[in-house]
Design a protein around this ligand. Structure first.
Ligand code: 6R9
Length: 651
């Protein structure tokens, strides 16, 4: 039995709840429905107008050069300075006293308030310090930092002098860090002695020391003193407080071409060798800035925005640093984990700073749901007016939980689909326009040509499923994979002629709205039917006793693949003998008998990357009783031992 293309990736889940935008928000929204029409009539004209939101030293001559696909050039001939756009122009407009960052350290009471004027001074000094260390435009600088303001300062200082930063998650192993430093041949590494993690100092410098020993390109290591713990010192090391502390506060930003490389960011690498995704300046900042303004409806004078991502994830780049700061936003930055010192820490922070716009990930939302409704209920969250989600498909039940328990049953939720490769948001509701649907990212943003196609690359009709593609170039698109042009073409541009292949499965509902179904590599083939992991996971999460689940297809002698589900129960649920049977039946009842899991494993945790994505590949290894593959990007390696030992006792 084979599927028709329309049945590719299945199309099982039905969800009919709808939530209109609050009238008051719709009445004052930054972006209205007219933007869709304007962009449809003149896509390039629309992006030109978005680019006009920035300050350009030299105007561009051509909006898009797409004569040599897939190598795009946006705003050709234009020149700008990215850091100037994020800082100087706000001070010049008289907003230097506005708070840029409310920084909240993990140890309670450890906090800093940084205005735009103060942030600019720090960035100027850091730019001078990097120049003194020999960094010139075009050089690569690796950044391996905890979530402290100096991480943003380091990125902006690089941008200011035209150096290309490569941020690596603080806490990645020597292998991961040295591999990334070598791939980009970075000249300088910026790091810290350590950061705070779950109530304790957690050292970073030893990993840098070991890595730098393997990286001949590194000439200097700039070290922020954060924890004050003892560190080993080499002749390449320089303290941040010495070099930046003594640097001049004068620095005039020079303009660079719109296509000047801004950063390299290595993708999470849930599968193969990490890819160094390259982003450039003018188009990237145009779209990061516009989408942040449009999708969060940011009002910089009154909003307090908080994105809970780490700076080492693309979400931290586009929606902590470049998007919000280019828009003059006031934002919260938090160093620690959501459960330190207690499980209400996030809500305490929302209450303390009266956060209005919150951007977090489904993995966090499901964890909060597991911890229980009574925790957020203890805090005043009434300041919140828009909630965002990013990183994975958000299950409808998690979406409803988020709206009800965090958003007081009234805030719009923007489920934003995008990738490291796309640089900024691509598919998302607009909070003042869209009637939202739990679990769906819904509609390509104005100026974005996303589509769902079948195996042959033809658009699927409403009600169909297939592959998510982008049919037209967009300003913040990746410009390549660092040092590997061929892999860039093969990975993204070879599956379908003339289209960017995102690697995600998707379906289009009867209204034409898009639902993401997870990575195509994760799709299961059961008795000839392609079934998406996301839909089975959402069916499980819709059971009142289930907080979170991860589903994989394990080799099965009869059905080809059998569905194995790993399930975390909500805090209050007691496992009993009948529960796994009940859950299997619940899925069969919700989605149909074909989707009934062969086996359900109750587990305490799931393996995740640092950006919170479930590593299904490792669970497949467990389900098929193989030894584990590459675990370098795993958040917590002890998790796999826990799960694997549970699996053995269940057999
Ligand atoms: C921003 C980011 C990209 C992959 C992407 C998709 C998944 C992200 C999503 C989503 C469904 C959403 N993804 N947002 N899936 N709905 N709202 O996450 O970048 O780390 O490169 O991951 O994440 O599978 O292809 P990145």
């Amino acid at each position: 039995m084979t599927d028709t293309p329309q049945e590719t990736l299945a199309n099982l889940l039905t969800e009919t709840r709808r939530f209109d935008p609050p009238p008051a928000l719709a009445a004052t929204a930054n972006v209205t429905a007219a933007a869709y029409e304007q962009a449809a009539a003149d896509r390039l004209g629309f992006w030109e107008q978005a680019a006009r939101r920035l300050h350009w030293g030299t105007d561009w001559e051509q909006t898009l050069d797409w004569t040599n696909p897939p190598f795009a050039k946006w705003f050709v001939g234009g020149e700008l300075n990215v850091a100037y756009n994020c800082l100087d122009r706000h001070i010049e407009a008289g907003n230097g006293d506005r708070v840029a960052i409310y920084w909240e350290g993990e140890p309670a009471g450890d906090e800093r308030v940084i205005t735009y004027a103060e942030l600019l001074t720090e960035v100027k000094k850091a730019a001078n310090a990097l120049t003194d260390l020999g960094v010139v435009a075009g050089d690569r600088v690796a950044i391996y930092m905890p979530m402290i303001p100096e991480a943003a300062v380091a990125m902006l200082a690089c941008a200011r002098i035209g150096a290309t930063h490569s941020v690596v998650f603080g806490g990645f192993s020597v292998d991961a860090l040295s591999g990334r430093i070598n791939d980009a041949t970075a000249k300088v590494v910026i790091t810290a002695d350590g950061g705070y993690r779950r109530g304790k100092p957690s050292a970073l410098k030893p990993t840098v020391d070991e890595s730098v020993a393997l990286c001949p390109s590194v000439e200097k290591v700039l070290v922020v003193r954060r924890t004050g713990e003892d560190v080993a010192w080499t002749d390449k090391d320089v303290w941040w407080h010495d070099a930046v502390g003594s640097a001049s506060e004068d620095h005039e930003a020079q303009n660079f071409g719109a296509e000047h490389p801004l950063f390299i960011l290595y993708t999470s690498g849930t599968t193969a060798k990490p890819k160094g995704i390259l982003h450039t300046s003018g188009g990237y900042l145009t779209q990061a800035s516009y989408t942040h303004h449009a999708v969060f409806d940011l009002k910089p004078e009154t909003d307090v925005y908080w994105c809970t991502a780490d700076i080492g994830w693309v979400t931290g780049h586009s929606y902590i640093v470049y998007g919000p700061l280019s828009n003059g936003a006031t934002q919260v930055m938090y160093e620690g984990t959501p459960d330190t010192p207690h499980r209400g820490r996030f809500w305490e922070i929302v209450q303390k700073y009266k956060v209005t716009l919150l951007y977090t990930a489904p993995t966090a939302i499901r964890t909060f749901a597991k911890w229980g409704d009574d925790i957020p209920a203890q805090f005043d969250l009434s300041s919140l007016r828009v909630l965002g989600s990013v990183g994975e498909p958000i299950n409808p039940e998690a979406w409803i939980w988020y709206r009800d328990n965090i958003g007081g049953g009234k805030t719009p939720i923007v489920d934003t689909w995008w990738q490291t490769e796309t640089g900024s948001m691509m598919i998302s509701p607009l909070p003042g326009v869209t009637s939202t649907k739990p679990g769906s990212a819904q509609r390509p943003l104005p100026g974005i040509a996303a589509d769902v196609v079948d195996d042959e690359g033809k658009s699927v009709p409403n009600g169909g499923g297939g592959y998510l593609v982008l049919r037209e170039p967009w300003p913040s698109m990746l410009r390549g994979i660092w040092g590997d042009e061929q892999r860039f073409i093969e990975t993204y541009w070879s599956r379908f002629d003339g289209m960017y292949f995102a690697g995600d499965g998707a379906k289009r509902d009867d209204d034409g709205d898009i639902w993401l179904l997870g990575r195509v590599d994760d799709v299961m083939l059961v008795s000839g039917h392609n079934i998406s992991t996301t839909e089975v996971e959402s069916a499980l999460v819709s059971h009142p006793k289930v907080a979170e689940s991860a589903v994989v297809g394990a080799t099965d002698p009869i059905t080809g693949q059998g569905i194995v589900a790993f399930v975390i129960l909500v805090g209050s649920a007691e496992p009993d003998d009948n529960l796994t049977t009940e859950l299997r039946n619940h899925v069969a009842h919700t989605l149909g008998p074909i989707a009934k899991p062969r086996q359900i494993m109750l587990v305490p945790e799931l393996p995740k990357t640092r950006s919170g994505k479930i590593m299904r590949r490792l669970l497949r290894d467990v389900a098929e009783q193989r030894s584990l593959g590459d675990v370098t990007t795993l958040q917590d390696s002890a998790v796999m031992e826990l799960i694997a030992s549970g699996m053995k006792t269940a057999k």
